[in-house]
Design a protein around this ligand. Structure first.
Ligand SMILES: Nc1ncnc2c1ncn2[C@@H]1O[C@H](COP(=O)(O)OP(=O)(O)OP(=O)(O)O)[C@@H](O)[C@H]1O
Ligand SMILES: [Mg+2]
Length: 351
């Protein structure tokens, strides 16, 4: 049995509205599990139900075999890190971290050891006497993480802990969080609506949409093998091919017209900017309508007979710029085309 299980969780806020609609997940010991989805999809509601801040309308939650819904929130041994750092301004860094230990009757001598350990893990040892007001956002969030860890929780929950930080710090701190989690080997559930952050930090990602789960899988599964059109478009970019004679001709040439898909799509980095029949793809003509140079990559937009396509080119050389209106050849590799049915579910394409 999994370490944490949530089964058929529903949360009905009003008669007409369900924030969670039959959500089931499992999280293993030591696993970094991420809830990813747009604003309002139910991420915080699920996290709060696990922490015990709000109860489910129906469903089961068990942690190490025990029924969590029967245990009071403060007895669940769950650490939580919030988006707004939630530090106490009148307490030093040390006392902020020690705060969580007071109601737990930890002996005084052990208290110091535990706080020192937690501060070392988040690299705040040198600042333990400081007041939070004299610290940066990133440092304040480290206090939040240390405070959640110091109780040696059985489960660590983090609700968008990095979203108030600037881009560079977010990347730094997300790697630290991942390192700390692996080091203390704790089960963690992390909430974000940032797809890149989710890909970078997670063992598994659960993509949510409108109170239900779209897909659970490794970052590679979620990005490389999206099972719904929603997942494919929310995580990364998808070119949806425009229906019409051009598309019909291409599918026929590739022996794919029998699939009967409602939507055909392909990732921008799978398209090739050359006539490369060897890949077993279709070669089309395109007119350059936009060229965006981004350093590590360039984004090229083309008008073609299967609609506007975006191509991502990695390592664009200095001479690789394209002029608007220029004609280019683009290859659509057969294996990289994804088919979706009318409900947005991924379809098998057969051979
Ligand atoms: N106490 C409440 N009463 C009524 N509706 C609520 C309540 N709390 C949340 N909701 C609604 O439930 C839905 C899910 O909210 P939730 O906070 O779980 O979303 P979220 O995925 O965390 O979004 P965000 O990324 O914006 O934080 C939203 O439509 C929200 O308005
Ligand atoms: Mg939220």
């Amino acid at each position: 049995m999994a370490y944490l299980t949530v089964e058929r969780a529903t949360k009905q806020f009003t008669e007409a509205f369900r924030a969670l609609d039959g959500v089931s997940i499992t999280v293993e010991r030591g696993e970094f599990f991420t809830l990813l989805g747009p604003s309002g999809c139910g991420k915080t509601t699920l996290l709060r139900a696990i922490a015990g801040f709000n109860d489910l309308t129906s469903g089961d939650i068990t942690l190490a075999g025990a029924d969590l819904r029967k245990i009071a929130p403060y007895q669940r041994d769950i650490g939580m890190v919030f988006q707004d750092y939630a530090v106490f301004p009148h307490l030093s860094v040390f006392d902020n971290v020690a705060f969580g230990l007071k109601p737990r009757n930890v002996p005084h001598a052990e208290r110091k050891t535990r706080v020192d350990e937690a501060l070392a893990a988040v690299r705040l040892t040198a600042l333990s006497d400081r007041m939070p007001a004299a610290m940066s956002g990133g440092q304040q969030q480290r206090i939040g993480i240390a405070r959640a860890m110091v109780i040696k929780p059985r489960l660590l929950l983090m609700d968008e802990p990095l979203s108030n930080l600037d881009a560079k710090l977010r990347i730094e701190l997300r790697e630290e969080i991942r390192d700390i989690q692996k080091q203390i080997d704790i089960a963690a559930i992390y909430v974000t609506h940032d797809q890149e952050e989710a890909l970078a930090i997670s063992d598994r990602i659960c993509v949510m949409n409108g109170g239900h789960i779209e897909q659970v899988g490794s970052p590679q599964d979620i990005y490389g093998d999206p099972q719904t059109l929603f997942v494919g478009t929310f995580v990364g970019t998808l070119n949806k091919l425009t229906k019409g004679n051009g598309l019909e001709r291409m599918l026929q040439a590739l022996d794919l017209s029998g699939v009967g898909a409602e939507t055909w799509a392909i990732r921008p980095e799978r398209l090739l900017l050359s006539a490369d029949c060897a890949t077993g793809g279709a070669v089309l003509n395109g007119i350059v309508s936009k060229y965006t140079y981004l350093g590590r990559e360039a984004h090229l937009q083309l008008e073609t007979e299967i609609g506007d396509l975006v191509i991502h080119i990695s390592n664009p050389g200095r001479g690789a710029g394209r002029n608007l209106g220029e004609q280019v050849a683009v290859t659509v590799p057969r294996d990289d085309l994804m088919a979706f049915d009318a409900a947005g579910k991924r379809m098998s394409r057969g051979g």
